[in-house]
Design a protein around this ligand. Structure first.
Ligand code: PEP
Ligand code: MN
Length: 263
């Protein structure tokens, strides 16, 4: 069902005034984790001013260590909703438990399935049973074929609103957090009609190369870019080293827009 052979036209996912797929690329920005109402509000105000209409923020955080900040859970989703309603933004947040999928639809506009859960088949099935758009991240070391089959799990249950996002894969290279697989973008676009985004933050883990990587992704045909923004990255409860502050985000966004690739 996700194959281009089955459907020639691009799937378009409507998120308020923004549409993803087959047209103008979309920018998704926001903090790694929802930490407080005030933190999310500061990011939302900056995004609104920049003209970004979709905000991300994790409430259920899949952390490597059990001793690290695990996210605010449902409370975090409530904060996202309150702030998004105030600023007229759409929201994306990761869900890790199939039992939370239905509930999440009341608070957020897009459910993210994280890299670590790309092959959590019960979670994929639950995501397929709702009609809220899904942002499916590529697994930590997933092949493109495995990625597309994971999407098939969702679409085959009737939820056609699936977006794919390349977020880097694990290789031997240590200069970046993960290796951004740019070639995945044109391959996914050829093989599937689903929108394809690129998460430049988690793929590189490096603030200094986000703009060239975003431009490369757009030149390769990406339908959108995801980037992490935090009002004060130094004190962030997760991914402190890789998040842009608001001023850095504005510079990044301007540079990407000026490339002409982000019409
Ligand atoms: C995230 O986007 O918050 C995240 C945890 O990313 P990934 O699942 O790609 O590691
Ligand atoms: Mn993060």
């Amino acid at each position: 069902l996700v194959s281009r052979k089955r459907q020639k036209e691009d799937t378009v996912v409507q998120l308020g005034e923004a549409s993803v797929g087959g047209g103008k690329p979309m920018m998704v920005a926001g903090p790694c984790s929802v930490e407080s109402y005030e933190q999310v509000r500061q990011v939302a105000a900056a995004l609104k001013q920049a003209g970004v209409t979709v905000m991300r923020g994790g409430a259920f955080k899949p952390r490597t260590s059990p001793y690290d900040f695990q996210g605010l859970g449902i409370e975090g989703l409530k904060i996202l909703k309150e702030v998004a309603d105030e600023f007229g933004l759409k929201t994306i947040s990761e869900i890790v438990d199939p039992a939370h999928i239905e509930l999440a639809c009341d608070y957020i506009d897009v459910i993210q399935i994280g890299a670590r859960n790309m092959q959590n088949f019960e979670l994929l099935k639950a995501a397929g049973d709702v009609r809220t758009p899904i942002l499916l991240k590529r697994g930590l070391a997933a092949t493109i074929d495995e990625f597309l089959h994971a999407a098939e799990y969702i679409v085959s249950r009737g939820n056609t609103q699936v977006m794919l996002i390349e977020r880097g894969i694990r290789t031997y290279e240590k200069a970046t957090r993960n290796t951004l697989d740019i070639s995945a973008v044109p391959i996914l676009k050829q093989e599937s009609h689903l929108p394809v985004l690129v998460d430049v933050t988690h793929s590189t883990g490096r603030k200094d190369i986000l703009a060239p990587c975003a431009k490369a992704a757009l030149a390769a045909g990406a339908d959108g870019i995801m980037v992490e923004v935090h009002p004060n990255p130094a004190v962030a409860l997760s991914d402190a080293a890789q998040q842009l502050n608001i001023e850095e985000f504005n510079r990044f966004y301007n540079e990407v827009q000026q490339s002409g690739l982000f019409h």
